[in-house]
Design a protein around this ligand. Structure first.
Ligand code: 13P
Ligand code: SF4
Length: 356
């Protein structure tokens, strides 16, 4: 595999979008069904409309593994998504991530060494079941698989909590504190039974609370969704009283509690499709490109952002990067998940899939 030639990438990125799109279409026509181009809905419209499929992270990985062909899966999203496609993909498929440096900051907030340290420290008062959000690195997924735990998406987190508490006395939830707290509260667990493990503190920061806690949350967050505030909601309620507010469960609890609906990327997409009518006004608290994609798909609804919310690493995937990966597809680096990590990640994923 060849190293990425950044001068060539920059030269491509300076070309007009129309030219890049035509060249991307030309490579795709040459390879036919051998290429399966996936775009997460946080990608720009120009990218989602070139893709075979666009959608949420888990849905895309499943689509790729079921695709008739797809020797090369080109995943336009962040690294954990491309890794998930490699975990779920068939043995005859190879995964390509157009910008291998585009990681999800939240997924990268939980590294295996720190997680293992926390895991050891919280043992001793009842069985702990680890649950990781899909937005985590492959080795954290494998850690959960190895230790009797599972994976969740933002759509099935509540079912996962039920599954875990049928098997143990407490849940260790990674890496998003907000999704964990929002789910625990929705599940009926009170704040006093929730503790937080802060990896930046030697003993996690709440040593006295872990033995009695029902849920221990890793102190990670999404820099995009954490920025939504109660003031954003109050502003909309005051100036747009007839509108509704829908947010992603990675937002802080105070914001989720005030919203009209809370749900994943897929949920928000379905909400706009099935629960709004022409003329309805909606403020959405999630990544800006999903909002812009929905506004373009439903021009007869008034769809707005709740606040500025660009995911910078999603934005690192450009038409120029995609074209470079496609024109160098035979030699472009692959997303490789080591076999043992893949195995235990699948163990955790299979537990989740039985719940869906
Ligand atoms: P989904 O898993 O809902 O696609 O979300 C991905 C994400 O990055 C949320 O911020
Ligand atoms: Fe990660 Fe947040 Fe970006 Fe999603 S929006 S990829 S959770 S940083």
């Amino acid at each position: 595999m060849n190293a990425i030639d950044m001068d060539k990438v920059r030269a491509l990125e300076s070309l007009p979008d129309d030219e890049l799109e035509n060249r991307i279409r030309a490579v795709r026509a040459q390879y036919g069904k051998d290429i399966c181009l996936l775009a997460h809905l946080y990608q720009r419209k120009r990218i989602t409309q070139l893709a075979d499929f666009s959608g949420d992270s888990f849905g895309l990985s499943k689509k790729a593994s079921e695709f008739d062909g797809g020797k090369y899966i080109v995943f336009c999203g962040v690294r954990f998504m491309a890794e998930s496609a490699a975990i779920l993909g068939r043995s005859d498929q190879e995964v390509i991530h157009p910008d291998p440096e585009a990681g999800c900051p939240m997924a990268d907030m939980a590294n295996l060494t720190e997680v293992q340290k926390a895991w050891e420290a919280i043992q001793g008062s009842g069985t702990v079941i680890p649950v990781t959000y899909m937005n985590s690195t492959a080795d954290i997924k494998a850690f959960c698989g190895k230790n009797g735990g599972t994976i969740c998406t933002s759509s099935n987190a509540t079912q996962t909590f039920k599954w875990a508490l049928e098997r143990g006395q407490k849940i260790f939830f990674l890496p998003d504190e907000h999704l964990g707290r929002n789910t625990a509260i929705r599940f009926g667990i009170s704040e006093k039974d929730i503790a937080v493990w802060d990896p930046e503190k030697e003993d996690g920061g709440q040593a006295g609370a872990y033995p009695n806690a029902k849920v221990i949350l890793w102190r990670g967050y999404c820099p995009v969704h954490q920025k939504f505030t109660v003031r954003d909601v109050e502003h909309v309620r005051r100036f747009y009283p007839k509108s509704r507010i829908v947010v992603h469960p990675e937002v802080p609890k105070e914001v989720a509690e005030l919203a009209d609906a809370v749900g994943s990327t897929g949920f928000i997409q379905e909400y706009v499709k099935n629960q709004t009518e022409p003329g309805d006004e909606l403020f959405i608290g999630t990544e800006i490109n999903l909002i812009q994609n929905l506004a373009a798909d439903y021009p007869d609804r008034k769809i707005h952002k709740l606040h500025r919310s660009l995911c910078l690493t999603m934005y690192q995937i450009t038409l120029g990067r995609i074209l470079y990966a496609l024109e160098n597809i035979e030699n472009f680096e692959r997303v490789v998940v080591p076999e043992d990590i893949k195995h235990y990640s699948r163990v955790a994923l299979d537990r989740m899939l039985k719940l869906v």
